[in-house]
Ligand binder design. Structure first.
Ligand code: NDP
Length: 327
C-alpha cells in the first residue's frame, strides 16, 4: 500500500510538485488521521513496513549508484568500499528516477508529512475540545514555515543538502522519518498538557517568529540572488564581494551563517507556545542547534578548501559564525 502511494506520488510529481499532495493526502485521510483520532499510535505493522521500505529504497539507491558510469558531478558515484558508510552517506549527489530529482522528492514528502501530522494533531485537539491558543500558534507558525518552503523551493538549489550531501540512508531517513515525526513533538505534547499564555507571551512569541523568518528567508534569498547575479543590489546598495565569489554584505556581512540564526529563532518560536514547564517540546530547537553548529563547521572546512585565501579574507572581514558577538 505504502509503496503504491509513493509510486503514484512520484508519477504525479513529474507534472507538478503540488500534485505530490495527491499521493499523500489520501494516505493521511485513510490511515494517519484515523490513527490519531483513535489514539492508536502504537508500533503497528504499517510502521514496521515503513522502516523496511526505507531500508529497501536506500539499498536500491546504493546499488543503482554503484552501477552508475556517469562522469557528471550529480550522478558520478563516490564509493569508499565500506558498504555501511556508502549506504549511510549515499553514492550519488543528485540521483534521479524516471526523470524525478529524488532529493527534492524526499524533502517534499517529509515537509508534507510534517504538515499532515500537525493537521492530525489539530483535528484531535478539536475532537477532544482542547484547542488552545498555544496549539493555534504552534500550528500557524509551522504551517507558514512549511508553505514558505514550497513557495521558495528554488532557493534550495544553492544549499548544502543539494550541493554537498549525497543521497543515502541518512538524508532519506531524515526527510521521511525525522522531519515529520520529531518536528511535530510540540503538537503531541500540547495534546496532553495545558498551557496558559499571557498576551505579552503571545506577542513576544510572534516577534520571535517574525524576526526569525525575516533573517532566515532574507539571508537565504540574498545568497541565492547573489549566485545568479553577483551585481544585484543588497539592501538597496551594490554588494560587497570578496574575490568575485563571496558575498560580504547584507546578512552575509553580519555573520557567516546568519541563515542558521534565523532558522534557530524560527525553531524556538515553534516551541515557545508550550511554555517553559518541560524540556520535551524544546527537542527540535535543541537538535537544530547541535545540527547547525556541526553543519557550520563542516561547511566552513569545505569553503576554506574550495575558496582558499578568499575564505580567509572573508573570515577576517566577518568574524562571527552564527550569532554576532557570541559565536
Ligand atoms: P547554506 O545555505 O548557508 O549553504 C552553504 C554554502 O553556501 C556554502 O557551502 C557555499 O557554497 C555558499 N556560501 C557560503 N557563504 C557564502 C557567501 N558569503 N557568499 C556566497 N556563497 C556562500 O547552508 P545550508 O544548506 O546548510 O542551509 C540552508 C538553510 O537550510 C539554512 O537556513 C538552514 O538553517 C536550513 N536548514 C534547516 C535544517 C532543518 O532541519 N530545519 C537542516 C539544515 C539546514 P558554494 O560552494 O556554492 O559557494
Amino acid at each position: 500500500m505504502e509503496l503504491a502511494f509513493i509510486i503514484v506520488a512520484m508519477v504525479w510529481s513529474r507534472f507538478f510538485c503540488w500534485l505530490h499532495f495527491l499521493g499523500l493526502v489520501p494516505r493521511w485521510v485513510l490511515y494517519l488521521l484515523p490513527l490519531y483520532l483513535r489514539e492508536d499510535l502504537s508500533c503497528s505493522p504499517q510502521h514496521l513496513s515503513s522502516v523496511f521500505l526505507y531500508v529497501l529504497v536506500t539499498l536500491a539507491l546504493y546499488f543503482a549508484g554503484c552501477k552508475s558510469r556517469s562522469k557528471g558531478s550529480s550522478l558520478k558515484p563516490h564509493i569508499t568500499g565500506n558498504l555501511i558508510h556508502d549506504w549511510w552517506f549515499g553514492i550519488q549527489l543528485n540521483p534521479q528516477f524516471m526523470g524525478i530529482d529524488l532529493k527534492f522528492f524526499f524533502v517534499r514528502a517529509g515537509m508534507m508529512g510534517w504538515l499532515l501530522i500537525n493537521l492530525s494533531v489539530l483535528a484531535k485537539s478539536i475532537q477532544d475540545g482542547t484547542l488552545s491558543k498555544s496549539m493555534i500558534l504552534f500550528q500557524l507558525f509551522c504551517a507558514l514555515y512549511i508553505l514558505d518552503y514550497f513557495v521558495h523551493e528554488e532557493y534550495m538549489t544553492s544549499t548544502w543538502d543539494i550541493i554537498a550531501e549525497r543521497l543515502g540512508f541518512m538524508l532519506v531517513f531524515g526527510d521521511l522519518v525525522w522531519i515529520p515525526f520529531t518536528f511535530s513533538i510540540q503538537g503531541w505534547w500540547l495534546l496532553a498538557n495545558e498551557v496558559e499564555l499571557t498576551p505579552a507571551a503571545i506577542i513576544a512569541n510572534c516577534l520571535v517568529f517574525l524576526i526569525g523568518y525575516m533573517v532566515f528567508r532574507g539571508a537565504n534569498k540574498q545568497k541565492h540572488v547573489f549566485k545568479k547575479n553577483s551585481k544585484a543590489p543588497i539592501w538597496g546598495k551594490p554588494p560587497k564581494v570578496i574575490g568575485g565569489k563571496l558575498l560580504a554584505s547584507g546578512y552575509w556581512g553580519i555573520a557567516r551563517h546568519c541563515n542558521y540564526l534565523g532558522d534557530l529563532l524560527l525553531a524556538l518560536s515553534f516551541s515557545l507556545p508550550c511554555g517553559i514547564s518541560s524540556p520535551v517540546p524544546y527537542f527540535y530547537p535543541i537538535y537544530l542547534l547541535i545540527l547547525l553548529i556541526w553543519r557550520e563547521r563542516r561547511d566552513e572546512s569545505r569553503c576554506a578548501e574550495k575558496y582558499k585565501e578568499i575564505w580567509s579574507e572573508y573570515e577576517k572581514l566577518v568574524p562571527w559564525r552564527i550569532l554576532p558577538y557570541v559565536y
